[in-house]
Design a protein around this ligand. Structure first.
Ligand SMILES: Cc1ncc(COP(=O)(O)O)c(C=O)c1O
Length: 550
């Protein structure tokens, strides 16, 4: 070997040795990614950008699964009946929605993504869903045509204790804060009381107030980065933490966050990454993922087949959180529980109490505002500090004009006071048992009636599953609406109950649910060729897309 090649060989070996730990870390990171697209956000975004738009005409609409003529005719007749009913029953709500839609971008977005896009055009034309409501009354929401629906939208999770509860929190909060008006900067005295109560509930030292859950998460992550002097946040595959850049990699975000690792939920490989890497500031956990680990929030817009899965195992998830806690402590990583959705819903002390694991920072929001918009961070004193004692110019900035708005703070105070009353405490007693029994009973009835529909639940948060491959499951949301159940724009992906639902209310909901599902079955939507699988359905859709593109 010449001297030069010996030198080159030596340098190469030294470089490989130096690179080995980082190569190993990269490999570990790759292995900790979920194989689905939800685990590969960059790829998901690229693929999403290639999906071409096309819409089924009325011919294809009824036989996208190759159903025979007789079934297609039944579907067509059922659809026409449903459309006539919608036209008659929801006329005023639909008219105002149609008038307002061109000027409200959010409305255009939600209308476009209620069902898989191929079916959207026909559905929007014939089954218009009203986006307006005039009142609530107990468990009911009333539309502009005076129809009363059982409200299963849960107001995105805000409605934990029933509409009447929030109406009175808002009224009483407004009255308490009325003398101060819209003073911002100086606090209403109730802020001190709220901080005291929240510290007790969270078991943490300090509190900061924000305007939304998204902002609270932003602040928690910023604080973790400031104090650890590390760059990256870890989130788990499919978890929602608001719509801020760093926590929403993949489809929906035009830029790719550079400081986010998306790892597999409940997985050894992810723990290995946390153990080895030195750039991780925090781990964000949304305990709602325990219902569908590693999957995105379910919505009917992506319900192209029956592959939606959900199953809640409290012990297994508690054990996973305990391991996360252990490793975060050992590695100086900040463990953040994002309880914006589940806080107060699972237990009065939230997910920390429910799963028996303590976090370093906890975010709350939604229901905590007593009906008004809010976000809150609770945390350890050392992590909540926004400046360094020994470096006065090194600060972690977080301010917001409307933080601690008097009306919001006063409604929050009413919410927190009432949380302590025996009446509300009683709702939490045996909560899981109540909702698990209800879910089981509904599943038994669905099975008994041979309906290809099931429900899965994390306490009062439910999702609908479809055990038999079908391209038309999303139609159920329209039958449920006709049966008097209001769902949010994600349809059967998420049903959210408020805890004030009595057994009689639930019985009425279950009856309507069964009626809706039975009507859909009668109309032939769940006809299925025994040879069809979810995989075949997806392949068929892929073929359609390729044909469309090329
Ligand atoms: C877990 C979680 N974090 C954060 C957010 C964002 O909260 P907001 O919509 O108030 O910004 C949500 C909203 O659904 C959420 O569920």
């Amino acid at each position: 070997m010449s001297e030069i090649s010996f030198l080159a060989y030596g340098l190469g070996a030294a470089a490989a040795l130096a690179a080995a730990p980082s190569l190993r870390q990269r490999l570990e990171l790759s292995m900790a990614k979920h194989p689905s697209l939800a685990g590969h956000s960059r790829l998901a975004r690229r693929i999403a950008a290639l999906v071409p738009y096309y819409a089924y005409d009325e011919m294809r609409f009824f036989r996208a699964d190759g159903a025979p003529d007789e079934i297609a005719a039944r579907r067509r007749a059922g659809f026409a009946r449903l459309s006539a009913l919608y036209g008659e029953r929801y006329a005023r709500s639909a008219a105002l929605t149609a008038e307002a839609r061109p000027g409200i971008s959010d409305l255009q977005f939600t209308s476009a993504y209620r069902v898989p896009f191929q079916f959207g055009r026909v559905v929007r034309e014939h089954l218009p869903v009203g986006a307006f409501a005039q009142a609530t009354d107990g468990p009911f929401i009333v539309d502009l045509d005076d129809n009363r629906f059982y409200d299963l939208t849960g107001s995105y999770g805000v409605n934990l204790l029933g509409h009447e509860f929030y109406k009175s929190c808002m009224a009483e909060g407004g009255a308490r804060a009325a003398t101060l008006g819209a003073v911002l900067g100086a606090y209403h005295p109730c802020v001190a009381d709220n901080a005291r109560r929240l510290r007790a509930i969270s078991g943490l030292d300090e509190v900061s107030f924000h305007m939304s859950g998204t902002e609270a998460v932003m602040q928690a992550v910023r604080l973790a980065r400031f104090h650890t002097r590390r760059t990256h946040l870890v989130r788990f595959c499919g978890a929602y933490h608001g719509w801020w850049e760093d926590v929403q990699p993949g489809v929906g975000n035009p830029v790719h966050p550079r400081h986010t690792y998306t790892l597999k939920d409940m997985d050894e490989g992810s723990l290995r990454v946390l153990r080895r890497r030195d750039d991780i500031a925090c781990v964000l956990v949304n305990p709602l993922q325990s219902l569908h680990p590693n999957a995105n929030a379910p919505g009917d817009g992506s319900l192209v087949d029956s592959a939606r899965r959900a199953h809640f195992d409290r012990e297994a998830y508690a054990a996973w959180l305990a391991r996360l806690r252990e490793i975060c402590t050992a590695r100086g990583i900040v463990l953040i529980f994002d309880e914006v959705f589940v806080g107060f819903r699972l237990a009065p002390g939230g997910a920390q109490e429910y799963f028996g694991v303590r976090a370093d920072l906890v975010t709350y929001g939604k229901t905590l505002g007593g009906g008004f918009p809010v976000g809150v961070v609770c945390g350890r004193a050392d992590l909540m500090k926004r400046y360094r004692e020994d470096r006065p110019a090194d600060i972690c900035f977080a301010r917001g004009t409307f933080n601690a708005h008097p009306a919001v703070m006063a409604a929050m105070q009413v919410f927190l006071e009432r949380l302590e009353t025996p009446e509300i405490r009683r709702l939490y007693a045996g909560l899981d048992q109540v909702w698990n029994v209800r879910a089981r009973a509904l599943n038994e009835r669905l099975r008994g009636e041979n309906l290809p529909v099931r429900v899965a639940n994390l306490s009062s948060i439910w999702t609908v599953l479809y055990p038999q491959p079908s391209r038309y499951n999303w139609m159920l949301q329209y039958y449920l609406r006709a049966a008097g159940l209001a769902l949010s724009w994600v349809g059967t992906g998420r049903l959210i109950f408020s805890l004030d639902y009595t057994d009689a209310d639930f019985e009425a909901v279950a009856g309507r649910f069964l009626d809706g599902a039975a009507a859909m079955q009668r109309d032939g939507w769940w006809w299925s060729d025994p040879a069809v699988t979810d995989r075949r359905i997806r392949r068929g859709i892929l073929r359609e897309m390729l044909a469309q593109r090329f």
